[in-house]
Write a protein that binds this ligand. Structure first.
Ligand SMILES: Cc1cc2nc3c(=O)[nH]c(=O)nc-3n(C[C@H](O)[C@H](O)[C@H](O)COP(=O)(O)OP(=O)(O)OC[C@H]3O[C@@H](n4cnc5c(N)ncnc54)[C@H](O)[C@@H]3O)c2cc1C
Length: 435
């Protein structure tokens, strides 16, 4: 017998596809909002939902085990879990999701939260021993095991995941070479100024950097791998870890009429365009985040996935009723090489960049603490902090409360000493040149 109290809703049965951060948040929020119908969550990974960011951090170094990174789920939420099944087809007219096990799940409301999967160049020998990718708990655990016997590791891709993997490899006292086509690490994630500062710390930690280089060949050797670079250099490795990118997991939506070019196209409230009773959330959702722009884009971050999952649940329960747009301030963190890196907001290329050193004059600017503000039209739209957690928290609090935060005057800033300067000014140039 189904209880029918709670908010008025057109739905009795909700199916959530994807048991990651966004999917679980949506399922929990349906219950929090009082939805009394059936909530079924389908996930293709066999494990209970877990904290994916841990895959490139504590799980690799051995500081955390799989049981430590389970995602807590709302007590008593009465969620019907169907794990280890992959959705392979959606019939949006009949409102049925079919899985690779041949099961059919009827729904009144559907949440698409299938995230992203690893994307590799077509000709790379995926699945060969010693060549690892890193996306899932199973990937992380397999890599952790392989690292025990490896002495020399090549990491391809110096984005957030690649840099975190290299940091873990060094923590385990293995040799590590990090390859990327960019001249500095973390460029897309934290911008050039901080990217160059962190590059120095990565090198200081003993990681051998091959920056501005592309991989042209990956060849299996009797023992390990030979990685060829575009400058003719060849790197021998026991293990290769590729972290070169991801693409939205949308193949199962082929033929539905849904726009799946770079994720699932949604309106500003996360309703999927062109189909009834369907919302999307998390990395897979491409929507106009009206806080910044009307151009639909994806946001591949943990906190955004949580917020979108919750918001998508409310949009679904609202049926055809109007709901406010779902806006998100991009935010993420990373711990590597003894640096706590935190980012909030957007880092547009055209923005004016202001650098504030916490301890001016120190050569190890990043380690000593630095804040980099991105200003667009006089407004603070993005902030990157390295080893400046207190200042980051207090400034981002105002950024989250309003979109029109201006730079804190040096004297008022919650830091020991500051020198707020535009990027073109000598101090900022010095930062860039020193790295
Ligand atoms: C190694 C790593 C480290 C990261 N570190 C950070 C970090 O430090 N900070 C941060 O902000 N973000 C980090 N991220 C990004 C963050 O994990 C993602 O933004 C977040 O997990 C997105 O949540 P999601 O629910 O949208 O997608 P996902 O977490 O990808 O979950 C989607 C789930 O759906 C499943 N699925 C896919 N297709 C189907 C299907 N057809 N049927 C059934 N199930 C399906 C997938 O297997 C997956 O379990 C990291 C990501 C990785 C890979």
């Amino acid at each position: 017998m189904r209880r029918r109290r709670g908010p008025r809703s057109a739905y009795d049965r909700v199916v959530v596809v994807g048991a990651g951060r966004a999917g679980v948040a949506a399922a929990e929020e349906l219950r929090r909002a009082g939805f009394r119908g059936e909530v079924r969550v389908l996930g293709d990974e066999p494990s209970a939902p877990y904290d994916r960011p841990a895959c490139s951090k504590g799980l690799l170094t051995g500081h955390r085990r799989p049981s430590d990174v389970r995602m807590p789920v709302l007590d008593g939420a009465e969620i019907d879990w169907h794990l280890g099944r992959r959705a392979v087809h959606l019939d949006p007219d009949a409102r049925i999701v079919t899985t690779d096990t041949g099961e059919r799940f009827g729904y009144d409301g559907l949440v698409i939260a299938t995230g992203a999967r690893t994307a590799l160049p077509r000709d790379w020998p995926v699945g060969e021993p010693g060549l690892h990718t890193l996306r899932t708990l199973a990937d992380a655990w397999a890599l952790r095991g392989a690292l025990r016997d490896a002495q020399r590791v090549v990491v391809i891709g110096a984005g957030l995941t690649g840099c975190e993997v290299a940091s873990a490899v060094r923590t385990l006292a293995r040799d590590c070479v990090l390859v990327d086509s960019s001249p500095y690490v973390l460029g897309r994630a934290v911008g050039e100024t901080v990217g160059r500062l962190v590059t120095r710390e990565v090198a200081r930690d003993g990681v051998q950097l091959r920056l501005g280089r592309r991989v042209t060949g990956l060849n299996r050797r009797r023992r390990g791998w030979l990685v060829e670079l575009d400058d003719g250099d060849e790197l021998l490795a026991d293990l290769v870890v590729t972290t070169t990118g991801e693409r939205p997991d949308v193949d199962w939506l082929d033929g539905t009429g849904i726009d799946i070019s770079d994720g699932v196209r949604c309106d500003e409230s996360l309703r999927v365009l062109g189909v009834e009773g369907v919302v999307a959330a998390g990395t897979v959702a491409r929507w106009p985040n009206l806080r910044y722009s009307a151009r639909p884009r994806r946001c591949a971050q943990w906190i955004a996935a949580l917020q979108q999952g919750r918001a998508a649940a409310h949009t679904l329960l609202a049926g055809d009723r109007e709901v406010p747009p779902v806006t998100v301030v991009p935010r993420f963190w990373s711990d590597q090489y003894g640096l706590r890196i935190q980012v909030c907001g957007e880092l547009p290329e055209h923005a004016e960049v202001m650098v504030t050193e916490l301890r001016p004059g120190r050569r190890d600017v990043a380690r000593a603490g630095v804040l980099v503000g991105y200003h667009d039209d006089g407004r603070l739209v993005g902030l990157v902090a390295v080893n400046a957690p207190h200042a980051f928290t207090s400034i981002t609090r105002s950024m989250l409360a309003t979109t029109t935060v201006t730079v804190p005057a040096p004297a008022a800033a919650p830091v020991t000493a500051t020198a707020a300067v535009p990027a073109a000014a000598p101090a900022a140039r010095r930062l860039a040149e020193a790295s």
